[in-house]
Design a protein around this ligand. Sequence first.
Ligand SMILES: [Zn+2]
Length: 426
Amino acid sequence: MKILIILTFLIASLLSGEFKLKKWKSGETFSGYLTRHHIDSTKIYNQIEPDDIKFLSEIESGAPFFESEKNATLKQTLIPLGEEMQISVFKKDGEYKFDIIPIKYKTIKDKVSIKIENSCFLDIKKATNNPNLATYLKKIFKDYVDFTKLKKGDIVSVDYMQKSIDGIPWGEPKIIAAYVKHNSQDYFAVLKGEDYHLYTSTEKSKKVTVIKKVASSSVYKAFSYPLDKIRITSPFSYKRWHPILHRYRPHLGIDFGAKWGTPIHAIASGKVIYAGWMRGYGRVTKIAHGGGLVSLYAHQSKQLVHVGQMVKARQVIGRIGSTGRSTGPHLHLGVYKYGKPINPKLIIHKIVKIKSGSNHNVKIVKNIKSSIKNLPYKEKKLYNTLSKLEEKTPYIWKDLNSTINIKVKEKKDASRIKLSSSKGAT
Ligand SMILES: [Zn+2]
């Protein structure tokens, strides 16, 4: 029988203060980080809920995090776990504490229009100080407009949303619609669901020739589910209610329920880059698929591949188990793109282009999707706004190395309910 122990903590006004954005040092472990800051890592680890241990292995080299120091002593560190939750290590009454708390951000919605002076990248950066906006714009128009060919007098306008932590851009910008005027042609892109629909003012011909940079060797990989029988017990989420901890936690993967010993298949071909134990995740295999994509298979009872081994798509790489923090036999599948956790559903049942090798130019004749004349009503309105948007002062983002003020929720009454056999599907 399970015994309920109810513990109530009153976390009174946590620190809020001046932080600096940093990048996680390559190869540094969480305990290594603590030791570097003269923090007793054993004392910290003793405070971490067993269910939370796995999040320590989610910290990637180069990942952004926030640090607050006073007189060369660490006051507080905030390490994001996905887009909504973060690890917090903070000093209180002379002792360091550990917690996982929500990220406080605002969403900024803005429109920008620039006349090209130098290049789209320099001009957008100059106008908004957002380092990523031009890169995402370029991606949307990639088959239609070569952004390196934009010249003086061309126009680029964008309607976008971006999460902000005290004025610093957080996460990726979400472009709602964008307009480009190049070589006296109009191009318009609008977000519909997950994809962009592109329209141009070209009408004479339904075809355009574009010069496209193509990787010398592009491979198309089909991604599939890791099990034959699919039963999802817990979906991917940046923030889900944890029934045992009674608090929000990210779930950076998909859980599949299956019988003990069921074969686990590689979701696509690739190279095994990790096969071993990870605290919280138990027996783990990681496969690199190229293009920055890595899949992770946790809680296995048996691993059938070793580091360095090349695996085929659908190859059996291990067996279902319940190692690490797990209530029963299941598979936790994580997918990472350049170290960032993404929803595995974004690539499963899809054919993904994996680029490798250097780029070279290829001439491609493309069909233009649609003429601007035929824009639906709502899109027409957006188009009219963006194509006529002129000298409006855009939102200007803070420099990434400026000092920012982060407020951490004060006075949080966190009731924690623990089961004596405290376990949760992870
Ligand atoms: Zn899981």
